[in-house]
Design a binder for this molecule. Structure first.
Ligand code: PBG
Length: 331
């Protein structure tokens, strides 16, 4: 039946009717808040350093990270995702698997302070390597896939030992999920889940993050390991390979320009799917809102809802705390 019998507007007439037929829900328990934890030199104080490209996001001292964790827990967020900013870097990124490294210390402190909040750790070398690449760099400047796997495994085990609830490899080396699974199992962590950044694209939208984490490559770019934004079928293939290697959850990153792939990965696997609403996506909304071009609250809730509608079970977003507050006000 068509118009005039069918009138789509009938079910849009009131908030009650719209609520009754709403297809997609958004709640704080589906959101993950990324935190940048910085190792501070004695000269630094204060505990929080603003990040110019990400208004409202700060580099945190350990104590400040614990405060954020308390706040995240109180707001009902699912988890925090920890990124480390070490004081020193070296050729191989050895700070990444240091038992007393910044992420390991932050994980312990946060789990002690807020035991029910999940601590997810980013497993990657780029924040710890002097050259800023996500793996071992050969003499010719290329990244050595297989030599990197051992270092990623070590890093993941050090995170699990510190109490990480989930480890999340973001390096895009081939075979890392299997390598990490094997190392976790071998070291007594068969129950630690792996959230694989399966379809991670070489994206311009990571720009602000690289300033926050001080992880811009010193030479070249990441296109020889991160995916080409033009490829969708390949994203599904990456996700299926990670499933075979033992991933417990898969991720699509970035999120806003990749809704088609969140849906495709969701349909191709039966694993929970995460979407990462990355730094540049956050920065765009903040800049437009500050200029008076967009209503921040409405835009953020629309964006996050659209990612759920695309198929994301979990959303990692710098807007997570604001969104949780706005959602609480709505009800
Ligand atoms: C580390 C990593 C990056 C992001 C998450 N993990 C940066 C990169 O790959 O260059 C980006 C997150 C964001 O932009 O919010 N490999």
């Amino acid at each position: 039946m068509a118009f005039p019998q069918t009138r789509m507007r009938r079910l849009r007439a009131s908030a009650g009717l719209r609520g009754l037929v709403r297809e997609t829900d958004l709640s704080p328990g589906q959101l993950v808040l990324p935190l940048f934890v910085a190792e501070q030199t004695p000269a630094e104080r204060g505990g929080r350093t603003p990040i110019a490209t990400m208004p409202g996001v700060e580099r945190l001292s350990l104590a400040a990270a614990v405060e954020e964790a308390h706040e995240a827990a109180a707001l009902g967020l699912a988890a925090v995702m920890l990124f480390g900013v070490p004081a020193e870097k070296d050729e191989h990124g050895s700070g990444a698997w240091d038992g007393d490294g910044i992420v390991q210390l932050a994980t312990r402190a946060i789990k002690q302070a807020a035991p029910r909040l999940l601590a997810i750790t980013d497993v990657c070398l780029c924040e710890y390597t002097a050259h800023g690449h996500c793996g071992v760099v050969r003499a010719d400047g290329s990244v050595d896939n297989d030599a990197t796997l051992e270092l990623l495994g070590r890093t993941a085990v050090s995170h699990a030992r510190a109490g990480a609830d989930i480890v999340a490899p973001s390096d895009m080396m081939d075979g890392r999920v299997a390598a990490i699974r094997e190392d976790l199992d071998g070291e007594g962590f068969p129950e630690t889940p792996i959230l694989a950044y399966s379809a991670k694209f070489a994206s311009a939208f990571y720009g602000p993050f690289r300033e926050a984490a001080d992880s811009t490559p010193a030479f070249g770019d990441r296109r020889a390991y991160q995916m080409d934004p033009a490829n969708g079928r390949e994203a599904v293939r990456e996700a299926l390979l990670d499933v075979r290697e033992g991933a417990d959850m898969v991720m699509v990153k970035p999120a806003l320009a990749y809704g088609d792939l969140i849906r495709a990965v969701k349909e191709a696997t039966d694993l929970p799917v995460a979407a990462y609403n990355v730094s540049g996506e956050y920065a765009m909304v903040k800049a437009a809102a500050a200029a008076g071009y967009l209503d921040e609250r409405a835009s953020v809730l629309e964006i996050l809802t659209s990612l759920r509608r695309a198929g994301a079970d979990t959303i990692i977003s710098y807007h997570a705390k604001d969104a949780a507050r706005w959602l609480a006000e709505q009800t």
